[in-house]
Design a protein around this ligand. Structure first.
Ligand code: GRF
Length: 219
């Protein structure tokens, strides 16, 4: 039997997207092996979830390093040492140094709570509401040195409702994120999604627009 792709995850917070990945794997819907969950925050819920699932964990504090570059080089060395084939950023709230990232470009994906290229960075729900957008959503993209700027692979879209405030919109989007991220990782694991020459390819063709999360998965 061919061994499943090995996945490392970086997360800074509660880890609900990590929980979605672990759940998908446990239900037999995501044939991967999680080899490491690492965090810049020792108190991150994501680390506790990983421990409970029997996944090796690492808490690495940036405070012990002189600058971002040194921290990221060490973090990525630890990710490499885990034997990971792919790296998933699931709520990892740090910008990654370009040099540390370089050997990994094409093997790192991130989930971001906006319809990229709209609203890179923070406070995406608030910004969508303030702009009066009719629609909001989440994107999974390949990570490049440009913050939230790499090729978008897939999106989940959500109509903004009259009663939405920042918190309600975030809460309504989260279940879509929890379907989107495992679906994209599943495509990567199957080999149907690939990074080639700086662009995302699906089923051998360059993606001209992001895949869309529908009722039955990615379309
Ligand atoms: C999610 O909204 C994700 O899109 C963003 O950070 C949040 C992480 O939530 N990048 P969780 O830690 O996965 O619950």
């Amino acid at each position: 039997m061919i061994s499943p792709p090995r996945i490392a995850v970086l997360a800074s917070g509660r880890g609900s997207n990590l929980a979605a990945l672990i759940g998908a794997r446990e239900r037999g819907e995501l044939p991967v092996e999680f080899v490491l969950v690492a965090s810049d925050k020792a108190g991150a819920g994501a680390l506790r979830l990983a421990e409970a699932a029997g996944i090796p964990t690492l808490a690495l504090s940036p405070k012990a390093y002189p600058d971002r570059r040194h921290y990221d080089l060490e973090l990525f060395a630890r990710v490499a040492a885990s034997g990971a084939d792919w790296l998933v950023l699931a709520g990892f709230m740090r910008v990654i140094d370009a040099e540390a990232l370089r050997p990994w470009v094409g093997r790192v994906i991130n989930i971001h709570p906006s319809l990229l290229p709209k609203y890179r960075g923070l406070h995406t729900h608030r910004r969508a509401l303030e702009a009066g957008d009719a629609e909001h959503g989440a994107s999974v993209h390949f990570v490049t040195a440009e913050l939230d700027g790499g090729p978008v692979i897939a999106q989940a879209r959500l109509a903004i409702e009259a009663g939405d405030d920042e918190q309600r919109l975030a809460e309504r989007l989260l279940p879509l994120e929890h379907r989107l991220l495992p679906a994209v990782l599943g495509l990567l694991a199957s080999g149907r999604l690939q990074w080639r020459d700086g662009t995302a390819h699906h089923a051998g063709q360059p993606l001209s627009a992001p895949l869309l999360l529908g009722d039955h998965g990615l379309e």
